[in-house]
Design a protein around this ligand. Structure first.
Ligand code: URP
Ligand code: ZN
Length: 456
């Protein structure tokens, strides 16, 4: 099967140019100013940008919180992902207490069987002991080179000492640990304070977890990494103060990779007062204008490495579990379908970043850190043919009704965005045409190598 993409503007982190691309046997076979080969399918990309397939570094599909399970599983979540231009999701396989990493990985492989985008797994660990350590090499042999630890959530929280030890153990093997950085004790105390004042609605959520709660966690992780001598990955960075800590640590020689999410440069903390404010309850919470400006500045200065969505969706009925107590609202929101158009509208069109930086943030750096480069994350001859044709002239309004995700809300509901993923090639096959999913369930597992520590 040969596909020829003609007349598009090929966008890479190093620049953009008008070029044609020939795809053959699942790979990019040729990129040239003009290709006239006869192909099985010709796609005219005139007026569109052609990107390497986007990589979402942070999704939670089919995640069981105990009280409830995310609205999206891999079937629905990856359908939403692929029509939004995300050709690979890195989801968090989760080792619950009393479970082995091997069992968690096997379970996640089963969950992901009906995927419409490619998928890989980070391993989120809720325990760190000799038994878990003994499984780490097997994870690498299974294509999992990145892990996650939480400073918060009763079911997942580990200690600072465990993070330190895990960084040394996993870092020395070429892996990295993403850490959810918030100060657990302080936020628990603040939740209790809010409840004591009779504040039960979603507006109390950001009050319980203000900027300093994140910044303290980030600062602590930076010091832990300084002491372990191994790299740190800060997941879903949301604050100006947290970013300051990342920058200060880098000046001291700490190797830090920073991820943010669209909600932290597009949505305002005032939304918790909306009638459906519960849908914005996620951790970290939505922030203020100064934080959004700082996050965009971090993207512009390349201090932020990549953008995930933290897609972790719940229906409004599920969100109602916390009707009388904001701290019981399941944390998380839907976003996997809308990342590219949000980045294009709020970061590229506003002049905060260039298209080339969009390529860097949406795929190249994630592919490098997470061991997929140069097969993924870049348009080059020999790379996997995961390709997005993005139409910058489209204008539409985001709605959960037209999104393919399975929940009845979107944090971005009603927002008008510029640009849309028009066509997607996955593993050399066209799977999205004119914004419609034409070939579902074509996702494949992405076996990942150890991390490419490009900030070392
Ligand atoms: O609120 C969120 N972000 N839920 C998902 C779990 C996490 O913290 O990443
Ligand atoms: Zn998350």
């Amino acid at each position: 099967m040969q596909i020829l993409i003609k007349n598009g503007t090929v966008v890479r982190s190093t620049g953009r140019k008008q070029a044609d691309l020939l795809i053959k046997d699942g790979r990019i076979a040729k990129i040239a100013e003009k290709i006239d080969t006869i192909a099985d399918r010709v796609i005219d990309a005139a007026g569109c940008y052609v990107f390497a397939g986007f990589i979402d570094t942070h999704t939670h599909f089919d995640l069981d919180l105990g009280v409830t399970v995310t609205a999206d599983n891999f079937e629905t979540g990856t359908k939403a992902a692929i029509v939004g231009g995300t050709t690979t999701v890195l989801d968090f396989a989760t080792q619950d207490r009393g479970m082995t990493m091997r069992d968690a990985l096997e379970l996640w492989h089963k969950k992901a069987e009906k995927s419409s985008s490619n998928y890989g797994f980070h391993m989120a660990v809720s325990e760190w002991n000799d038994a878990r350590k003994a499984e780490v090499d097997e994870m690498f042999r299974s294509g999992v080179s990145s892990f996650k630890m939480y400073m918060v959530y009763d079911a997942m929280k580990v200690s600072d000492g465990q993070i330190y030890d895990a960084q040394k153990f996993i870092g020395s093997r070429g892996g990295i640990i993403g850490v959810h950085c918030e100060n657990y004790d302080v936020l628990q105390a603040r939740i209790a304070e809010e409840k004591a004042k009779g504040h039960t609605d979603p507006t109390a959520h950001p009050v319980s977890r203000p900027q300093a709660v994140e910044a303290e966690g980030v600062a602590r992780l930076m010091r832990i990494s300084e002491l372990s001598g191994e790299p740190a990955w800060v997941v879903h960075l949301s604050t100006a103060d947290g970013l300051k800590e990342v920058r200060a640590a880098r000046k001291r020689g700490v190797e830090v990779y920073a991820e943010t999410c669209p909600q932290y440069f597009t949505l305002d903390v005032s939304r918790y007062a909306d009638p459906d404010g519960a849908k914005f309850v996620m951790s970290p919470p939505l922030r203020e204008a100064g934080d959004r400006a700082a996050i965009l500045d971090g993207m512009k200065r390349k201090d932020i490495d990549f953008i995930g969505t933290d897609h972790c969706s719940f229906t409004m009925a599920q969100k109602a579990l916390g009707r009388d107590d904001f701290s019981r609202i399941p944390n998380g929101g839907a976003g996997v379908q809308n990342r590219a158009e949000l980045v294009y509208t709020y970061a590229v069109k506003t002049g905060a970043i260039t298209l080339e930086q969009m390529a860097l943030l949406m795929s190249e750096r994630a592919a490098r850190l997470f061991g997929m480069y140069p097969k993924k994350g870049v348009l080059r001859v020999g790379a996997d043919a995961d390709i997005v044709i993005f139409d910058p002239n489209d204008r539409h309004t985001i709605s959960w009704r037209t999104n393919l995700h399975a929940c009845d809300n979107s944090p971005y509901e009603g927002m008008e965005v510029l640009g849309r993923t028009r066509d997607v090639i996955l593993n050399g096959e066209q799977v999205v045409g004119n914004g419609r999913l034409i070939a579902p369930y074509r996702g494949q597992y992405v076996f990942r190598k150890p991390c490419e520590r490009y900030r070392r």
